[in-house]
Write a protein that binds this ligand. Sequence first.
Ligand SMILES: Nc1ncnc2c1ncn2[C@@H]1O[C@H](COP(=O)(O)OP(=O)(O)OP(=O)(O)O)[C@@H](O)[C@H]1O
Ligand SMILES: [Mg+2]
Length: 544
Amino acid sequence: MKIINILNTLFRSKTSKTENTQTYTTSAIEDSSVKSSYEPEMTNSEYIEINRYKLIDPWAWALILESKSTGERVYYVSEAPMSDLEKSIYGRIMKIIEWEIKPYKGGKDSSISYDLIREYFIDQVRRIVRVYSIKLGAVTRGVDWHKILYYLLRDTVGYGPLEPLMRDPYIEDISCDGVGKPVYIWHQMYESMPTNIRFNSDEELDSIVLKLAHIAGKHISVAFPIVDAILPGGHRLAATFKREISVGGSSFTIRKFREKPLSIVDLIIQRSINSLIAGYLWLLVEYKMPGIIMGVTGSGKTTMLNAIATLLRPNIKVVTIEDTPELRLTLENWVQLVSRPSYSLTGSKIGEVTLYDLVKVSLRYRPDVIIVGEIRGEEAYVLFQAIATGHGGLTTAHAESIYALVRRLTSPPMNIPQNYIPLMKWALLVKRIVLAREGKLSVYRRVSNIWEIRGPNDYENIAVWDPPIDSHRVNLSNSNLLRDIAQQTGLSLNDAIDEVKRRAYVLEQLALRGERDYRRVAEVVYMYYINPDRVLSSLGGPEI
Ligand SMILES: Nc1ncnc2c1ncn2[C@@H]1O[C@H](COP(=O)(O)OP(=O)(O)OP(=O)(O)O)[C@@H](O)[C@H]1O
Ligand SMILES: [Mg+2]
């Protein structure tokens, strides 16, 4: 609980979302006599080490270990251990910090950022450590003050034992299911792995969950045991507190913010989608054909939505509406709205701003396209109404098939009338698939189907993923939407299909050249809107 007291003192000022840029390793204590270095040694003969890299120089390393007997992989966080003397100094300084540090008084301005407060705190801790190290002087020969500072900052302004994981750019997901269970991670190269980090008592786990909620600027308690929030740097936190609603004790999942969102070219390279489907979607979104992306939890809906949204015409007005701000668009004319839960502790809805409120207000912005991160409740109805009045719309929903989707849309709490369903012109299903590759099972994301919605119960399958050959079959000649677009522009269906093929070629070329960065993709899309022929010829364009 100590750390929470410190944070309480510190963060009495308003905090705001900012990039996570803390550095611990700049020279903090100039008079340290010890050269700081640390290199872990592997002593456990049950495991072989298959990779290692530094997480926080020089204090924390990641070791990827593989069990000789079972082949199971483990993510081992190795931090420089403190000696007994260092531990006792750490304990004493932590107490001093608790007593000495005053709340940040840098200004009364409500825009004081989390970064400013953290910088202030880091300075204060450095000051205390410096004073203390001079006081103790010769008695503490051999003590590494940099290391003590590392642990102090890690455990106060950092994420405690989770800090090394938060700093690993390969980690996408960090989760803990309860007391005594290993923290699991999702690693971009090695996928799901247990770590050597675990919280062995209720108190330890409760306090890390309190801390996470606190860093996110949210309240969690026995009375309000659920938090869904955004941590500084954009990481998404979901947590439960104590054994109120989770039998195994407090739990949490952190979905780390990708520095660079996956672009449509990334998705082509990974074969989640193929270039022809991407070209087709590009043309549909240009003509503001409303669409919905569905899938189960964690299947990649938001990722797909973000990638498709970068295909929109760059100068249109877009309003996005989300519970947690996950979307990252490259559009100039973009208003990002985020809902807000109630401040009230009495169950009333005072101060609450819901998705429904936001979708309604968004219409006042006269958007060309409204993007709702995920529809679950009554906001769906307003979105459909907005679409009915000519706005473009993109959204996601939790459903595992088109039939389940329509059933959900037409049932409470969404209550979309049957005859509204075809206002959503297309639906795309993403799936998490486990495939055997090179003798190992791995998880992949695949666009499983795309339908054009023609009537409440009439869906035309335009693209389907074929598992045995792991590729997509696409039939554009059945597309009514392309036919509509062709009619709007005085062309034939074949002309529209040719246009899809040209766009597919552009994206395919970017994939072949490895030009996958989402900003680069947005730039090429932008140039294509201005001068398609020039883009095509610069890419060695085909005669389509
Ligand atoms: N095609 C992909 N390739 C690799 N990783 C992906 C892909 N799509 C999504 N992911 C990763 O999977 C995780 C979940 O993705 P995402 O948030 O898009 O899913 P979601 O379906 O929107 O989840 P939720 O139901 O929680 O909203 C993220 O860490 C994301 O980076
Ligand atoms: Mg999502």
